[in-house]
Design a protein around this ligand. Structure first.
Ligand code: FES
Ligand SMILES: [Fe+2]
Length: 362
């Protein structure tokens, strides 16, 4: 298992940014115990509908707020009050900011030192997304949102939960520059290919003949920050947006999700569209699984032997490293990296009629 330091990332161990921490519908079953960024966390939905993510352990005696399901207060469904949550041991109540605002057997002000960390969270495209910054700084960009998510012609996704893997996310991010794996791994070799770096966004445009569906595939794929990949894919009459999300659990351990948003044949999308969407997501998952299977069994590529005709792995890794630095250092790095890179031996998108970028939110 390779760590951030092994890849030369740092000084922080975990990247700052927006990340998926759960699928929205998981919170309908009640509070969840989760672990990300080397921290145990408590995730729940308040009565207003607002999702809340807190560090897991109560300051009083260290009880996990959402991993003690046999306590009577939990069994009785009395743990959540408004957007606050009561500790199952002695009932101290934490609000959504992580401050204790009521202790059932104590008069007077609650101790400020009992506060625990609360993370910014949003409910976005069927996902609970959290902002992580090791020093608790506020978000400096918005999580990505596809306008198609709110369009009834598009069939909404349900997430494939790919679980925890002993893979450093760096190996997943390397895919963005990796033009030469698309033929051998996916049976869809690129004829054109480029990468663009735009501050916290990393874009890939590529296309070529796809073996699986015997058609030409055009894709524009982009990371918004270090954890959220979206990819517009057009082949024949089909248009999908693929989501691939990675969230660090511990240093060198990652949790991943996958999904596809599918354009139906009519508005609103029909039952046949929903079936086609399910199949399209399964097909995309199978293609992604080919990457995943390689990552699971490879040794970490702490250094890449990059040929001139490979994609720009090294610049891609520099881009990713910004999220392990202070915002000031990240801004300097962005200035250095911003721009378009072409890979030797590949056509440019304009030479192959790539015109699928209109309206993409980056
Ligand atoms: S341990 Fe949480 S209220 Fe006592
Ligand atoms: Fe891939």
């Amino acid at each position: 298992m390779a760590t951030a330091a092994d890849y030369g990332l740092g000084p922080n161990v975990f990247p700052r940014g927006w990340f998926i921490v759960a699928e929205s519908k998981e919170l309908d079953q009640g509070p969840l115990a989760v672990r990300f960024f080397g921290q145990d966390m408590a995730l729940y939905r308040g009565e207003s509908g607002r999702p809340v993510l807190l560090d897991a352990y109560c300051a009083h005696m260290g009880t996990h707020l959402t991993d003690s399901n046999s306590a009577m207060i939990v069994k009785n469904g009395e743990q959540i009050e408004g957007d606050s949550i009561r500790c199952p041991y002695h009932g101290w109540r934490y609000n959504a900011d992580g401050d204790v605002d009521d202790i059932p057997y104590h008069d007077g002000p609650c101790p400020k030192s009992a506060s625990i960390r609360s993370y910014p969270v949003v409910d976005n495209m069927g996902c609970i997304m959290a902002w992580y910054d090791p020093d608790g700084r506020a978000p400096d960009y918005d999580p990505p949102h596809l306008p198609q998510w709110d369009d009834p012609q598009w069939v909404k996704w349900e997430l494939d939960h790919l679980g925890e893997q002993n893979i450093h996310p760096q190996e997943i991010l390397d895919n963005m520059a990796d033009v030469r794996h698309l033929g051998p791994t996916h049976g869809a070799p690129s004829e054109y290919f480029e990468n663009e770096f735009r501050d916290h966004v990393y874009i890939q445009r590529q296309g070529g003949p796809m073996q699986l569906y015997q058609t030409y595939l055009y894709t524009t794929t982009w990371y918004t920050g270090p954890g959220l990949l979206l990819s517009k894919q057009v082949f024949g009459d089909t248009v999908i947006f693929e989501l691939i999300a990675n969230t660090p659990v511990d240093d060198g351990v990652v949790r991943c999700w996958h999904a596809c948003l599918y354009r139906g044949s009519a508005s609103p999308a029909t039952a046949e569209d929903r079936e086609a969407a399910r199949q399209a997501q399964a097909g995309a998952l199978e293609a992604f699984s080919a990457d995943f299977n390689i990552w699971q069994n490879k040794r970490p590529a702490l250094k890449i032997m990059q040929l001139k005709t490979d994609g720009p792995f090294k610049v891609g890794r520099q881009w990713y490293s910004q999220f392990f630095k202070s915002p000031e250092d990240a801004a300097n790095l962005q200035q250095e990296l911003n721009g378009i890179l072409h890979t030797q031996g590949m056509d440019k998108p304009s030479e192959r009629g790539h015109n699928i970028d209109d309206g993409l939110p980056f």
